[in-house]
Design a protein around this ligand. Structure first.
Ligand code: F6R
Length: 610
């Protein structure tokens, strides 16, 4: 997730580039930069937010009328000056901005280094600019060279490219990463997203995969990768800026819930695919020798990330057969845990800045333990301080309530526990294949649930008047129920409690009366009949029951007033699917009650204080 802009026309490029990037800052904000052509390509970039770029630009004389800009959400290499875009070749006559991930960049980098190209950043993007220079040796036409280079790229890209030798054009090309071209009067615009250009024009072309464009001051021509010119319809944008930033969704929370199929794919990218014989986790250097010495694992995190940790505990114990304790960071840091060089601590954090989680990490390091971080924000403090890192690829999460980050943390837990199980010889090839096939199906199964979001809305509308809600589940469903209850508390401000289904009769069932609402989770087939009995006990005391069950469950409808079915999958993965309707339910209840769902009262996105 990065923001891209480009301008070519009658006015100075820089004001548009900066304004456009501001409108895209929600896509990434760890570094930013512009490259503007004015006799030569002038580059200004910096680590930090757009206000830092503006300070760098203050007083600089960027008078050119063509340029590109970028705001970054780091994926390869930490936020830094060198890793910031635009990237240039060593001769500084080509500049590019990129959104996406070049999967074969290491292979290309090796090839280019062997030919003498010098790399100054850790990014995948820099490979592309050197590759274009190399391709120009065979194809003098700049556009042809860019297309030829692009054909060698694997992965996803939205690219904006300018060259000193072609100062009258910007080249844009896309594969699996959005690009939109805004059409003006003697000026044209490029952006990764509509908000950047909406102030200037509402007439746009959307580039499709495998399409490239040449933008000049007075024309925009679109081609396929074989340079055949294509005719495209101009699209007139009718949304306002606010809606456009949210890609047409009413709120970031909804947008982020709907991004989950992609987030899952992105988190699996390069780590597990149909052809994989192993899970590949590049930045985790734990081998058999290290793992065999570890006699205890702590998983430490806060809030939603902690619930992902609870699931991780069950998975690692089940698959790798190593004892795991999952602890809330604010408790862990003030205990006297047994930590030594045979301990592995896994911290989980979306922001990578949560104070309690960071304190626990430091405590473990101090005691000589090995620390692994499952973290979303590249270059965050936690990612810098951990020994091993497993980045989730959720992209920026703007809504305060975590949704897509949680799903990506679960994917990370699946990958990690399988990797550990394989290293320790606890998962044979058949089990590996079974899990792999099931995991790779998750994006499509999540989409199936999202396609039925209106069913959840109807359930939410029916329960808008509730004063409190109980969530119950067993096994992995218990952690999922905690997450369901937390979402309701956060965004709907309703009292919500979660219990292990079997614990109800030991006290909490006294709270149940006519009109109480119960969410019963039936994702664990082996425990399903037990939970059904617990639901019956609650139903008998007058509760209104919603059940979330697996497709084919014939019992749920006999005990619940309403049942929402999710697709069937491997028992370890059902928890991810069961959670999606819970997210939607909390979202619709919050909106129905008229709350600010993206910025709930009293909460902050990143909790950097104790
Ligand atoms: C809940 C939520 C919080 C965070 C918690 C940890 O929706 O967002 O409970 O999960 O504050 O934050 P990170 O993951 O940034 O460490």
């Amino acid at each position: 997730m990065c923001g891209i802009v480009g301008y070519i026309g009658k006015s100075k490029a820089t004001p548009f580039l900066v304004e456009g990037l501001k409108a895209l800052e929600y896509r990434g904000y760890d570094s930013a930069g512009v490259a503007v052509y004015d006799q030569t390509i002038e580059l200004v970039k910096t680590k930090g937010r757009l206000k830092d770029l503006e300070s760098c630009l203050d007083g600089s004389q960027l008078n050119g009328t063509m340029g590109i800009g970028h705001t970054r959400w780091a994926t390869h290499g930490e936020p830094s000056y060198c890793n910031a875009h635009p990237h240039m070749n060593t001769r500084t006559d080509i500049a590019i901005v990129h959104n996406g991930i070049i999967e074969n960049y290491l292979e290309l980098k090796e090839e280019l280094e062997a030919k003498g190209y010098q790399f100054v950043s850790e990014t995948d993007t820099e490979t592309v600019v050197h590759l274009i220079e190399e391709t120009l040796k065979e194809h003098e036409n700049f556009f042809t060279a860019v297309l030829t280079a692009a054909k060698r790229l694997k992965g996803s890209y939205g690219l904006g490219v300018i060259s000193h030798k072609n100062p009258d054009q910007i080249i844009a090309i896309r594969k699996d990463s959005p690009l939109v071209i805004g059409l003006g009067e003697h000026e044209n615009f490029l952006a990764s997203d509509i908000p950047a250009i909406l102030k200037y024009t509402r007439n746009v072309y959307f580039l499709e995969d495998g399409e490239a464009a040449i933008l000049t001051k007075d024309s925009v021509k679109i081609y396929d990768l074989d340079e055949k010119e294509l005719k495209k319809e101009v699209f007139t944008v009718t949304w306002d800026i606010d809606a456009a930033e949210k890609s047409g969704y009413d709120h970031f929370m909804m947008k982020e819930i709907f991004e989950q199929p992609k987030v899952i794919k992105d988190t699996l990218n390069g780590r597990l695919s149909q052809d994989s014989e192993e899970v590949i986790l590049d930045q985790i250097k734990i081998d058999k020798d290290v793992l065999e010495k570890i006699n205890k694992i702590y998983i430490v995190a806060c809030g939603t990330a902690y619930y992902a940790g609870m699931i991780g505990k069950e998975l690692i114990e089940k698959i790798a057969r190593v004892p795991v304790v999952a602890e809330v960071a604010s408790e862990f840091r003030y205990k006297d845990p047994i930590l030594d060089e045979n301990t592995l601590m896994i911290v989980v954090s979306q922001s990578g800045e949560t104070a309690d989680t960071l304190a626990a990490l430091r405590m473990a390091k101090q005691a000589g333990a090995r620390v692994m971080a499952i973290v979303n924000v590249v270059g965050s403090t936690i990612s810098r301080e951990a020994h091993d890192i497993l980045y989730t690829s959720a992209g920026p999460e703007i809504a305060v309530a975590s949704t897509k980050a949680y799903s990506s943390q679960l994917i990370a837990m699946y990958l990690l526990s399988i990797r550990m199980g394989r290293i320790l010889g606890k998962i044979d090839d058949a089990e590996f294949t079974e899990l792999k096939t099931a995991i790779l199906k998750l994006p499509e199964q999540v989409q199936n649930i999202l396609d039925r979001s209106q069913e959840i809305k109807a359930l939410a509308d029916k329960h808008l008047g509730m004063k409190n809600i109980f969530y119950i589940g067993r096994g992995l469903d218990y952690a999922t129920s905690l997450e369901g209850a937390l979402k309701i508390k956060e965004v709907a401000y309703l009292h919500a409690e979660s219990y292990q289904a079997g614990e109800l009769k030991h006290g909490p069932i006294a709270l149940i009366e006519k009109g109480s609402v119960l969410m019963g989770l039936l994702g664990q087939e082996s425990l399903m009949e037990k939970t059904i009995s617990n639901i019956k006990e609650v139903k008998a005391r007058g509760a209104d029951v919603i059940a979330i069950a697996l497709e084919g469950n014939t019992m749920a409808k006999h005990v619940a007033d309403d049942v929402f079915m999710v697709p069937k999958t491997h028992w370890m993965l059902t928890t991810l699917l069961i959670n999606i309707p819970q997210q939607l339910f909390a979202y619709y209840i919050s909106c129905g009650l008229g709350h600010d769902v993206d910025k709930p009262r009293n909460l902050a996105k990143s909790v950097t204080v104790e």
